[in-house]
Design a protein around this ligand. Structure first.
Ligand SMILES: [Zn+2]
Length: 325
């Protein structure tokens, strides 16, 4: 474990609203009553079962085991809920815990548009957007597709949440469908397939990558945006524990994402630690997997030591101020 802070003491790191607290208790009850079923698959990249546990709880104080693969360095949630338990979790529990509401309001929609504009700027820097056919997997209300459509792209989105899709259809008048990637029967291929804050939720990312290859046009591009393990400074106040949530299956760095994508015959056009990344499929043999275990553990332990030191200094500073008064 990274430090004692990561023990399963049920204490949340975040300050929860009343609704989030109630939702957390409901999820805990589902876990205690074995309503949710858990599974422990081998590593999603290298298939090795050997892991080192980093954390026993998530940022909400829910029991959630986060581990790092000793053979490749991928950080993943294990044990994790199986697909049918996650389906239930996303339908009933997730939004109330994560967003604090079950349906999107105008504040939420506006915040999504603001985030989408940043992503669209990144995409426009690397690709010509005008006239290209785009599919977004897990598009939610479709804010990103809306901003891409304004740049001249032909957009389409799929999601399993009808509430969010309906809000998107009503608000943006977009071409959105309630389905998953494997049920989709498109009449065309796509120049760009997008996973924006979705890929880290997938139980079988390799299956998604293989399906994307079938749906991408010749010279098509795959875009993946996930929270980056090495980019915790701003979004998570330099605290890895603040990043952890039971809805996330994987936590990537640019290196471990490259490991996964290259095993599935995708090569990088661009990938940063934020992580915003663009990939091209190819048909050459997959390279050997590189092991980033030692490097990743060293990075996380350094960050944790810095966090603990900041806490000590902050306590000392407060004590000194009290004494002076
Ligand atoms: Zn592995």
């Amino acid at each position: 474990m990274l430090s004692d802070r990561y023990k399963n003491d049920q204490k949340p790191l975040l300050t929860l609203t009343k609704q989030q607290q109630l939702q957390k208790e409901r999820i805990q009850q589902h876990i205690d009553e074995k309503f949710y079923t858990f599974e422990e698959p081998p590593c999603l990249i290298c298939n090795n079962p050997s892991v080192e546990i980093l954390a026993e709880k998530d940022r909400y104080g829910l029991p959630c085991s986060t581990a790092i693969c000793q053979s490749c360095g991928l950080i993943q949630t294990t044990p994790r809920m199986n697909q049918s338990s996650y389906n239930h979790f996303y339908n009933d529990d997730h939004r109330n815990l994560y967003v604090g509401a079950q349906s999107p309001d105008l504040t939420y929609i506006n915040s999504r548009i603001k985030a989408a504009e940043k992503t669209t700027t990144y995409l426009a820097e690397h690709l010509s957007l005008s006239g290209i056919r785009i599919l977004e997997i897990g598009c939610g209300i479709g804010a990103l597709l809306y901003t891409l459509q304004k740049r001249g792209a032909l957009v389409e989105g799929i999601d399993l949440s009808e509430t969010y899709l309906e809000a998107g259809k009503n608000h943006f008048n977009l071409n959105l469908h309630t389905t998953d990637l494997f049920q989709l029967t498109p009449s065309t291929t796509y120049d760009l397939i997008i996973y924006s804050d979705v890929f880290e939720h997938l139980l079988d990312p390799a299956a998604h990558l293989q399906q994307c290859k079938k749906l991408l046009a010749e010279n098509g591009t795959l875009f993946i945006k996930v929270p980056g393990v090495k980019n915790i400074m701003r979004p998570y106040l330099n605290d890895f524990l603040r990043m952890l949530q039971n809805a996330h299956i994987t936590y990537f760095s640019a290196d471990t994402l490259t490991n996964l994508l290259s095993q599935n015959q995708f090569s990088p056009l661009h990938c940063n630690e934020q992580i915003m990344s663009l990939w091209k499929p190819h048909s050459q043999a997959a390279p050997a997997i590189t092991n980033y275990f030692t490097q990743t553990i060293r990075f996380l332990k350094k960050k944790e030591n810095q966090h603990l030191l900041r806490n000590v200094l902050s306590i000392a500073y407060n004590v000194k101020n009290k004494l002076i008064r």
